[in-house]
Design a protein around this ligand. Sequence first.
Ligand code: AMP
Length: 312
Amino acid sequence: MDDIKKEIVEAIKQYSTIIIHRHLNPDPDALGSQIGLLHVIKHSYPSKVVHAVGEEVGRLQFIGRMDVIPDDVYRDALVVVCDTANLSRISDSRYKMGKRLIKIDHHPDQESFGDLSWVDPSFSSASEMLVDLCLGFPDDLKLNKEAARAFYTGIIGDTGNFQKGKISPGTLEIASILRSYNFQPERIHNFLNIKTKHSSHLQRDIMMSYKRTDKGVAYFVMTEEMLSKYDIDRTEASNLINTLSGLKGVRIWVFFIEYPEEIRVRIRSRNTPIDSVARMFNGGGHPFASGANIPTWEAVDQVIHALNQVCP
Ligand code: AMP
């Protein structure tokens, strides 16, 4: 494992242009790992050209903004993809135009890619992995306040404020090191947890009308029409997924969110592994937090049926 980390650091040192990607529909860890790495490289090597690319999500712009770059920047560039298990999920398909590709991820290794690949699902988040990398090579990759703030955001995102996911003693040690950088963690918590009036109305509706199977699979369908009724965007609506957590008798909770071309499925579970079901429907993720995509509403019943099957 240490060899691959060393090779990654050597590659970062070698290239003068580095472009950082992450997955589509970015969450705080996708953006936190991407923006955190950007700051680390800029701080450690001020003369390097470093870009972060991909679509933006308004609510998460506080983590950092994306760069809009022409194709020719890729010509001699090193491309690093953070927090992304498979190629089809990489935001901005130009990742393949670079000279060398590196994958850094904490999801189960669904599809290996890249000239160098460091995948370790024992970490809480890709952000934690990158801090671990910096701490292992302190002369080459230097943390600063901006990087620490982004990585901390990624860790609290993927651990739900240190309440779920893979939280090890190492995760908490890393969080404590990050906190020593003197950014304002309470502001991050505010950004991530703030709810608009629209979303609290939708949340009330979710609680009133979600469905539940005998096996304990709770689910809620969010149509385009519903999103316009509540005047809420998909990202904000999707983030209400944990409204259905913590309900007595509910083992698994699911959102189906209508997108123009497909239906996004967000699946969460208390302790029943659900990633195998996500993979059956063009998705993947972690044992207790996965996502998938289905083509039509008819497939909703198939997903629910498959989830009932994995319940004990
Ligand atoms: P989400 O519900 O989008 O937060 O996703 C939960 C986890 O599943 C994250 O780690 C995602 O990276 C992963 N995931 C979501 N959708 C997909 C997909 N279509 N394919 C592979 N992994 C996914």
